[in-house]
Write a protein that binds this ligand. Structure first.
Ligand code: XIL
Length: 320
């Protein structure tokens, strides 16, 4: 059986993958990507980001997002939608605009309103705000913080709740929060603040991106502990972008370590009541973001360039 079938038997809601627009013409790729017994959930790795969705002010283009979401609906795969607010992959008109606070708040609401309504009812979850914190737990300086102030996060969640279908899970998503540290504790404090306000800020989940390196990934204990911290604050969690990169050139020892790190991470989610599912950040090495972003590293996915399953694939099915 595929990974999603096993994941559901193990009590998860889904096992999913990110899908990238650049390879949708490859039928070997799409036949795995939209195989619902393997992947019961998909995330567009780029297609729903601001630069593609609103390339000019108040001009919306959903073609890249739709190219992933529509086949996923047809194949009955859940969708995690990604993302409304981030510091990266913003269009030039937005980053060079020199906006006032109220102008940028208006732009933010207009963007969320349009995108949320286009995908109304089509998303199990939305990553409402992505990567807002620095490793030391302070907020990242970017156009949102610098123009609107720290309240931009709460504002984005309120807009998301207003325009998405009731029941849509609203997530804060980040990397480096897969263990207890300054950053994850700051995210937990934010959740506590949001939910304890007189007018609570609607947040349902925290996404642990889980971009790991073989041999130094946080491991079962660390991941289960931080998931428990978020659960105590009242939110669900998911591993939203799991991949385990290795130092190139690859070796069989590294593949064994990678398999262990993948399996431990998945097991941590399975064993945690509040962790709903696992998404890998693409399944095919050829389209992984890793080599471009981390020079000297790669081979981070479950399928090799020639579409054979790696030890990590079988290690995951063993723990599911
Ligand atoms: C990455 C995509 O995979 C790349 O194709 C793109 O060039 C850059 O963004 N954290 C996130 C994702 O939340 O949106 C990023 O995706 C990977 C890191």
């Amino acid at each position: 059986p595929g990974l999603d079938i096993l994941a559901k038997r193990a009590g998860l809601l889904y096992f999913g993958t990110a899908i990238d627009n650049v390879v949708l013409n490859n039928t070997q790729y799409t036949s795995i990507a939209h195989n619902a017994s393997e992947f019961g959930q998909v995330t567009p790795s780029n297609g729903q980001k601001w630069m593609y969705i609103e390339p000019a002010r108040n001009v919306f283009n959903y073609s890249m997002g739709d190219a992933i979401v529509l086949p996923a609906i047809a194949h009955r795969q859940l969708r995690r939608c990604h993302n409304f607010v981030w510091h990266n992959q913003l269009p030039d008109w937005l980053t060079t605009g020199n906006w006032t606070k109220s102008e940028l708040e208006g732009i933010l609401e207009n963007h969320i309103r349009h995108e949320a309504q286009h995908y109304y009812g089509e998303c199990y979850a939305w990553d409402v705000v992505n990567e807002a914190f620095n490793d030391n737990g302070t907020l990242r300086s970017d156009i949102w913080l610098d123009t609107i102030g720290p309240e931009y996060i709460a504002l984005a969640f309120r807009f998301a709740r207003k325009y998405t279908r009731p029941g849509t899970k609203l997530y804060y998503n980040d990397y480096g929060i897969e263990r207890i540290n300054n950053k994850s504790l700051a995210v937990a404090a934010m959740v506590e603040d949001f939910l304890s306000r007189e007018e609570p800020v609607p947040i349902d989940g925290v996404g642990l991106q889980a971009h790991f390196t073989a041999g130094t990934s946080p491991g079962y204990e660390n991941i289960t502990r931080v998931i428990e911290v978020f659960a105590e604050k009242g939110v669900e969690t998911a591993l939203t972008e799991l991949d385990v990169r290795v130092k190139l050139p690859d070796s069989s020892e590294e593949m064994v370590q990678q398999a262990k790190d993948y399996a431990d991470s998945v097991r941590a989610c399975v064993d945690s009541e509040s962790c709903v599912g696992v998404t890998v950040w693409d399944f095919w090495d050829t389209v992984s973001w890793v080599p471009d972003t981390f020079p000297g590293f790669g081979d981070a996915c479950l399928w090799t360039a020639n579409f054979t399953k790696k030890p990590a694939y079988y290690a995951i099915s063993d723990v599911l």
